[in-house]
Ligand binder design. Structure first.
Ligand SMILES: Cc1cc2nc3c(=O)[nH]c(=O)nc-3n(C[C@H](O)[C@H](O)[C@H](O)COP(=O)(O)OP(=O)(O)OC[C@H]3O[C@@H](n4cnc5c(N)ncnc54)[C@H](O)[C@@H]3O)c2cc1C
Length: 464
């Protein structure tokens, strides 16, 4: 376990006494190993770095009061604690680097209520798909969700995610007041339950559980829409991208998803091969059902062939086109050929074609374009991208990242295991300041926020 600390039998017994139920404190090696891992292996750089890392015990709290007691004990005993939702994160976000407790929150999964103005009040372990289902029963739906919606938890999405399906109309998790408030438990001698509302949610969002355990969430929804799914094939990538962009930026379309796949990406989507003619450049969309006929017409006029167009029936019904978009695209490609990996990019909407052309000229087919459109914080729909990359070496990958950045393409690097280098660390250091307040010893998911120095250490340094 390398630098992992070793917990004692007495400490494990003490945790059992805290939760009062031995079944909810598990040291079985296979369980601990499984619940210490996420989808870090998407990255050939992170895979060798993280495969030996794991926690020492899994604890399943049922209520906030238990978390307070667990953190109180771990603080005194200097035991690291790593929060875990469904473990679908990508960058080893939920992998404990220094052993300790894996705090599995999936048994805290209640939906307390959906308010009359469409705010879901829920536990962190509620699965996003379950929330979407319950919301739709009451006339609402999620503003945005990851393609892992069925499995992923609300708390994990806030802790490690950014956006996804729906972001084309409603932005990411950070935008437009989508996360109204959250409650966190702090890692102090006397753990506190703190409410962060409004702007203060940004102290905790996308902090990978390094500065508090999220125990309650207020998430804004939107009125539900009857959706339709469509798949459209194009002969050229330019044709597919032009059409996608046209629909994406035009406010007249009610849409939840516009995804463009350069050939041969869609050839890898084996369950929906019938919808994706071999070698074609594909566009997958979710638009309002009452706009489907107009969309089909527009697609035909643009030279596309509509290969599928039907009312969307929900997350449980195939084909579920979102299962091939966002970071699921990478999954299908890796299944086809493990040499594939990916980047997470934001293109400049005014220079996107030049930027893509430059990357193509520098890297040829080592990069394949998979574009997603999102509304940015200023309300403009812009081309984001999760391009596929054929992995040659870490140096070559870094060269590609540098080339993107030198040419104005934003990169949130998915091949690093710390917040700062990932590219979504807040420049105002809101997350760092919250960590200083809430986790002075640095015991929450240690090693993931590099700019943080534990309080005692900082004091010692001052004395020196
Ligand atoms: C195939 C695939 C597709 C994906 N598509 C998308 C996408 O479209 N958009 C997107 O944003 N992400 C995407 N992801 C990443 C991931 O699925 C989402 O971010 C998801 O919401 C994470 O939820 P989870 O419950 O699995 O979180 P976990 O992986 O369990 O945790 C994520 C992070 O949050 C922390 N955390 C978990 N619970 C809490 C809590 N209660 N309090 C504090 N911290 C906590 C963990 O410590 C960890 O650092 C994808 C991943 C895969 C493998």
């Amino acid at each position: 376990m390398g630098d992992a600390q070793k917990m004692t039998g007495e400490q494990i017994e003490a945790l059992k006494a805290i939760v009062g139920d031995g079944e909810r404190v598990v040291t079985t090696p296979t369980t601990v190993e499984r619940l210490s891992k996420d989808f870090y292996w998407y990255s050939p750089v992170l895979k060798p770095m993280l495969e030996s890392k794991k926690g020492e015990v899994v604890v399943y709290p049922l209520k906030t009061g238990e978390i307070v007691e667990i953190l109180r004990f771990c603080y005194v005993q200097d035991i690291p604690v790593t929060a875990r939702g469904a473990g679908t994160g990508n960058y080893g976000q939920a992998i404990p680097l220094q052993g300790g407790v894996v705090l599995d929150l999936m048994r805290m999964d209640k939906l307390e209520q959906i308010t009359h103005d469409g705010v879901a009040v829920c536990d962190p372990g509620l699965r996003l798909g379950a929330l979407e289902g319950k919301a739709r029963e009451q006339g609402w739906e999620l503003r945005c969700y990851p393609s892992t919606v069925v499995k992923a938890s609300v708390g994990g999405f806030l802790g490690g995610g950014s956006g996804g399906i729906g972001s084309i109309s409603h932005g990411g998790l950070r935008d437009f007041d989508t996360v109204r408030a959250l409650e966190v438990v702090t890692m102090e001698r006397e753990p506190a339950i703190r409410l962060h509302a409004g702007e203060a949610v940004h102290d905790i969002l996308h902090a990978w559980g390094t500065n508090g355990i999220i125990t309650k969430i207020w998430l804004a929804l939107v009125p539900k829409v009857e959706w339709a799914q469509a798949a459209i094939a194009f002969e050229t990538y330019e044709g597919a991208f032009d059409f996608s962009e046209r629909i994406a930026v035009d406010g007249a379309w009610t849409k939840r998803l516009v995804t463009t796949f350069e050939a041969p990406i869609a050839d890898y989507f084996s369950p929906v091969r019938a919808l994706c003619p071999l070698g074609k450049h594909m566009v997958f969309m979710l638009v309002a059902l009452d706009q489907l006929e107009t969309l089909k017409q527009a697609a035909n006029e643009a030279g596309g062939t509509v290969t599928y167009a039907e009312a969307y029936r929900g997350l449980k019904f195939a084909p579920l086109l979102s299962d091939y978009t966002w970071n699921h695209t990478t999954l299908w490609a890796i299944k086809h050929d493990p040499a594939y990996t990916y980047l997470q990019c934001g293109f400049d909407p005014d220079r996107v074609r030049d930027q893509m052309a430059l990357l193509r000229s520098r890297f040829g087919q080592e990069i394949l374009f998979h574009m997603e459109f999102i509304k940015n914080g200023e309300g403009r729909v812009v081309p984001a991208a999760i391009p596929l990359v054929r992995f040659v070496s870490t140096e070559r990958l870094n060269e590609m990242i540098a080339c993107c950045r030198d040419n104005g393409v934003f990169v949130a690097n998915p091949h690093v295991n710390n917040l700062e280098d990932g590219g979504r660390f807040r420049e105002d250091h809101a997350q760092l300041q919250a960590k200083r307040r809430y986790d002075p010893k640095g015991l929450l998911n240690p090693g993931k926020m590099l700019s943080f120095t534990p309080a005692e250490l900082a004091m010692e340094e001052q004395v020196r």
